[in-house]
Structure formats: structure tokens, C-alpha cells
Ligand binder design. Structure first.
Ligand SMILES: NC(=O)c1ccc[n+]([C@@H]2O[C@H](COP(=O)([O-])OP(=O)(O)OC[C@H]3O[C@@H](n4cnc5c(N)ncnc54)[C@H](OP(=O)(O)O)[C@@H]3O)[C@@H](O)[C@H]2O)c1
Length: 349
């Protein structure tokens, strides 16, 4: 008898916030089987699904770096998966692979659309393929090492600092000898940044005196700003930029759900302070993934980088609410949905 395959599909485009029960629908279809795979393909079951702030942007019908998800289409997303059947030389049954399965339990992936575990040097746990050695770790590495280029003694500010990307970006700046200031949304996250990850200062942007504290923490102004949030915090960092500062434009989560996104009124500081402000998309840097993963793995094994994941149990049914909560700061470290516990018996399809 065919096994059911639960997928989450886009039902309607949100204008502001994602509305649980309205934006997405659950869809059940028969799962693919080993008879469905062709040469160069693998049949997989998802173990962890990555939840990413960019997902909100993929729902908008606008020109971007990827096409919008279509109404009725399975929501785009990356999973770490177990191989159930293989006609690829790159993976055998039981291997872990990472790929854009979408929000679905079972999928067929073609070579080129998945990365085998051999691409992840020093891999300890499958979830690392989505976190520190996955897209967010790579984003931190690309943004900080290729654009920010912090030097010893410089002042580096990271917003979204307790999240998946920011927490790694700040630690990379520390490895480079910089003085690192993290900005995060509650005191517990700030404590973690300083006491566990070794940030020099961490400030809660929801505190009433945040802006004064930020001024006090940046007496020599900012050399590198790694921006994950945009909005008011970006504007404030522009006002504190040193001459020739580098602004790494990674994300702008504070504006993703806004029906009326706002630009920074201090943008002219880019000119007066001769700031290099550069956006980037991690997928443009595939040729650097090997080097980046090698370095990240090395730093983890040396104890120079610590990471954490915030894992939501409950399968794909919880993904929608999990994504809504991501924009409210529910997570510390990388947010993942546990689609299936890796210790459970593999499915038979
Ligand atoms: N350019 C690229 O290629 C690329 C690739 C991956 C990710 N990104 C971007 O990198 C950023 C971080 O992504 P991530 O996957 O690592 O997510 P994340 O940081 O793990 O999670 C998002 C965090 O953003 C913070 N946040 C939410 N609303 C905010 C607001 N209004 N103001 C300030 N902070 C807010 C929340 O923490 P608090 O509790 O601190 O508010 C939340 O935990 C996002 O902007 C994302 O789009 C870019």
C-alpha cells in the first residue's frame, strides 16, 4: 500500500504577516517509491527542515534572486535527508544528503540538486548540514571574510547576533581579533553571546536605553557592520560608522513582513564616511563552500566556534507556526523543524 506523503503548499500570498491556517495548506499525495527514481537520482526522507527568514520574500510575486513560490506549489525549503534508495554514485542507502526538497516528507532529488555528506568535512551530526556547515554558516563566512574583512582591534557590530547567521558571523570576527558587539532581542540571548560565545558586548535592542548604551559601546565608531535586520538598527549603525567602514548587507528581517518597508534616513553617511556597503547572496559563492566548510569545521574542533540549534518537534505540521515565530525571535541559533528523528527506523517506500 502507498505511504502518504505530507507536503505544505502555498495557498495564498500574504500581504503582511503569514497567517497560520490561511497562507499554507496541507496536501497528502502518495509518496514516491524506489521504482520512481532514474539514473542520477536518490529517493529521500526528510529529517530536518530549515526555516529561514528569506522564506517570507519567496512568497512575494516580485523579481528576486529566485522565482516566487507559485500558488498551489510545495513551499520551497532545504532539508537534511536520509537516502532510502539510490541510482546515484554520489550517495548510497542510509547516507545523509542535503537539498531543496521543499516542505515535504519524501522526495526524489537529482544529482546537482543535493549535496552528499562528503561535501561536509568534519561532519558530526546531520543537522550541521543545515546550520553551521549549511547555508547560514556559509553566509556568515562569506559575509564576514569576503566583505567585512575585520582586522585585529577593529570594532565589529552584528545584528540578529543570537540567530543562526549572526552568532557564527560574530565568532568569525572574534577569531580575526576584532572587538565584537552583538545586538539581540532579549537579555538571555545577550548573556549567551557574551558568556558562551565570547562576544565583547551584547545589547538588547528592546531596552529603553539601547541607543545610549550602543553609543557608549562604540566610542571609536564602527569598522564593520554585519546587517541581518535593516530598519532602525541599520540607521543607527550608519550614524556610528567610522570613515571607510564596511557594511555587510546580509538581510533586513525587520522589514520582511512590512507592507510599507522603510529605508534608512542616514543613508548619506555612505558618502560622507566613504562606507563600502555591499549586499550579497550566499548561493553566488558556491566555489568557496569547500574552503568555508573546512575552516568552520576546523574552528569547531578547536573550540573557537560554538553553535546551537533550536529544534521544533512535531513534523511539517508545525513548520508554518515555526516560521511565523522566527520573525518574533523565538529562536537562539539555527531554527529547524524535526520532520523525523534520525534515530527512528528508516521508512520503507
Ligand atoms: N544574503 C544571504 O545570502 C543570506 C543567507 C541567509 C540568511 N540571510 C539573512 O540573514 C538574516 C539572519 O537569518 P538567519 O537564518 O540566521 O535567521 P536567525 O537570525 O536565526 O533568525 C532571525 C532572527 O531575527 C531577529 N529579528 C526578528 N525580527 C527582528 C526585528 N524587527 N529587528 C531585529 N531583529 C529581528 C530575531 O531575533 P531577536 O530576538 O534578536 O529579535 C530572530 O531570531 C536574515 O535577514 C536573512 O534573510 C541572508
Amino acid at each position: 500500500m502507498a505511504v502518504n506523503n505530507l507536503s505544505i503548499v502555498l495557498a495564498e500570498r500574504p500581504t503582511g504577516d503569514i497567517i497560520p491556517g490561511t497562507t499554507f495548506n496541507q496536501k497528502i499525495t502518495p509518496a514516491p517509491t524506489s521504482a520512481d527514481i532514474k539514473d542520477g537520482e536518490v529517493l529521500v526522507e526528510a529529517l530536518y527542515l530549515s526555516l529561514d527568514p528569506a522564506m517570507r520574500g519567496w512568497l512575494n510575486d516580485v523579481r528576486s534572486y529566485v522565482p516566487p513560490v507559485q500558488i498551489g506549489e510545495t513551499m520551497r525549503g532545504a532539508s537534511v535527508c536520509r537516502v532510502l534508495a539510490s541510482k546515484s554514485k554520489q550517495a548510497t542507502v542510509g547516507d545523509y544528503v542535503c537539498g531543496f526538497t521543499g516542505w515535504t516528507q519524501y522526495a526524489v532529488l537529482r544529482e546537482g540538486a543535493f549535496e552528499p555528506s562528503s561535501n561536509y568535512p568534519g561532519l558530526r551530526e546531520p543537522k550541521d548540514m543545515l546550520s553551521v556547515l549549511g547555508m547560514t554558516g556559509l553566509t556568515a563566512w562569506v559575509g564576514m571574510t569576503k566583505i567585512g574583512e575585520p582586522k585585529a582591534g577593529e570594532t565589529v557590530v552584528v545584528s540578529g547576533a543570537a540567530g543562526a547567521t549572526g552568532s557564527i558571523a560574530g565568532q568569525i570576527a572574534k577569531i580575526n581579533g576584532a572587538r565584537v558587539i552583538g545586538i539581540a532581542g532579549n537579555d538571555e540571548k545577550c548573556k549567551w553571546l557574551v558568556e558562551e560565545l565570547g562576544f565583547d558586548v551584547a545589547l538588547n535592542y528592546k531596552d529603553a536605553d539601547f541607543k545610549e548604551k550602543f553609543k557608549e559601546a562604540t566610542p571609536k565608531y564602527i569598522d564593520v557592520y554585519f546587517d541581518n535586520v535593516g530598519g532602525d538598527i541599520l540607521n543607527m549603525c550608519l550614524a556610528r560608522a567610522k570613515e571607510h567602514a564596511r557594511f555587510v548587507m546580509c538581510g533586513g528581517i525587520s522589514q520582511y513582513n512590512s507592507t510599507n518597508p522603510e529605508g534608512p534616513s542616514n543613508i548619506s553617511r555612505v558618502i560622507t564616511m566613504r562606507i563600502k556597503m555591499q549586499g550579497f547572496i550566499v548561493f553566488d559563492h558556491i566555489k568557496d563552500y569547500g574552503k568555508a566548510r573546512q575552516e568552520l569545521s576546523q574552528w569547531i574542533s578547536e573550540g573557537k566556534i560554538k553553535k546551537t540549534e533550536h529544534i521544533l518537534p512535531g513534523g511539517l505540521q508545525v513548520a508554518e507556526q515555526g516560521l511565523v515565530d522566527l520573525y518574533k525571535g523565538s529562536n537562539t541559533g539555527k531554527l529547524l523543524v524535526e520532520v523525523k528523528n534520525p534515530n527512528e527506523t528508516p521508512s520503507k517506500l
